[in-house]
Design a protein around this ligand. Structure first.
Ligand code: NAD
Ligand code: UDP
Length: 324
């Protein structure tokens, strides 16, 4: 029997989705990349367009689509705060209606479906570091709620389809991930600092810079996601995927300045509402069930990301929103 599967990647032209497509195409699978290009552009998957086992569809996941597939990676959703706050109602629709549509497809096709959930389901956590059992502290009416609550509702839908309809699900909670193909104007901290450093612009820290994040390099994350899709039967998650190395935002700024040799100044801007003060994954579950742990240290990953940002013409990127 052939091991070649027909696999749908929603949000497949985005930062993470395009790396997933790369891996699946290399493995010989038939890959359907579906995207509405809200926060990405074709350049992320241009190199795959001539491959016989790769197809690209422009489609919005809030609308149903009829496809026959064996597996679905559901990555479609704006992920950077400036992107998901641009049209918060659409963000919630993308999470919730997108989940309903892929789950319906998975039910009909008996496909396995993996949800790209997020550490944002933990909100501004009172438990540190965060294990999967922590239920979170999310402000349901704040500016981040469209994303956080949208992703929480999507997890609920995944588990209800699993319990009620026996859909074969997988749920991963992804912590801040960075690397080549991040959109240079997405407003996320790694892309912002590198872009600012390379252009000699001020490095903008929101607040005093003591808030922390744990940054995972994209290759490590993709390995974890693929392992989860192919992991042990019955292990549906949710499972944290992230790098436990925790840094303050000020430390990140200093690292980027040192690696780029930039003369940019660090400036402090007003802190953001509901900005989580700390974030660090507990990854024991991923270690024990998937044999996974990240390998790339922040400094090494940043070097590769800086190299990528040096290699692109940033002006050729369409900024999806004015929020960078
Ligand atoms: P991204 O913005 O680069 O990718 C998202 C992709 O989804 C884009 O190509 C965008 O055009 C597409 N998209 C958005 N709305 C859509 C819609 N309605 N229909 C079809 N396509 C749509 O962001 P990313 O970092 O690659 O994030 C991918 C997924 O991983 C998201 O679901 C995000 O919530 C999740 N995630 C990412 C991180 C991270 O640190 N990168 C952390 C946690 C979770
Ligand atoms: N941040 C910052 N300057 C920037 C962009 C972000 O200080 O130019 C901070 C932001 O306030 C947050 C952290 O960096 O505390 C991570 O922000 P990001 O938007 O990358 O992701 P998220 O908040 O969703 O983890």
């Amino acid at each position: 029997m052939s091991n070649i599967k027909r696999i749908l990647v929603t949000g497949g032209a985005g930062f993470l989705g395009s790396h997933i497509c790369d891996r699946l195409v290399e493995q010989g699978h038939d890959v359907i990349c579906l995207d509405n290009f809200f926060t990405s552009q074709k350049s992320n998957v241009m190199h795959l367009l001539g491959r016989p086992n790769f197809e690209l569809i422009r489609h919005d996941v809030t609308h149903p689509i009829w496809l026959e597939v064996d597996e679905i990676y559901n990555a479609a959703c704006p992920a950077a705060p400036g992107h998901y706050q641009f049209n918060p109602i659409k963000t919630m629709k993308t999470s919730v209606m997108g989940a309903i549509n892929v789950l319906g497809m998975a039910k009909r096709c008996r496909a396995k479906v993996l949800q790209f959930s997020t550490s944002e389901v933990y909100g501004d956590p009172e438990v540190h570091p965060q294990p999967e059992t922590y239920k979170g502290s999310v402000n349901p009416i704040g500016p981040r709620a469209c994303y956080d609550e949208g992703k929480r509702a999507a997890e609920t839908l995944f588990f209800d389809y699993h319990r009620s309809n026996r859909v074969n699900i997988r749920v991963v909670r992804i912590f801040n991930t960075y690397g080549p193909r991040m959109h240079p104007f997405d407003g996320r901290v790694v892309s912002n600092f590198i872009r600012q450093a390379l252009r000699g612009e001020d490095i903008t820290i929101f607040g005093d810079g003591s808030q922390t994040r744990s940054f995972c390099y994209v290759d490590d994350l993709v390995e974890g996601i693929i392992r989860m899709m192919n992991g042990p039967d019955g292990f549906v998650g949710p499972v944290n995927l992230g790098n436990p190395g925790e840094f303050t935002i000020l430390q990140l700024a200093e690292e980027v300045l040192s690696l780029t040799g930039s003369k940019s100044r660090i400036v402090h801007k007003a802190g953001l509402q509901d900005d989580p003060m700390q974030r660090q994954p507990v990854i024991e579950l991923a270690r024990s069930k998937l044999g996974w742990e990240p390998r790339v240290a922040l400094r090494e990953g940043l070097k590769k990301t800086i190299e990528y940002f040096r290699s692109i013409d940033m002006e050729s990127f369409r900024a999806p929103t004015p929020n960078y």
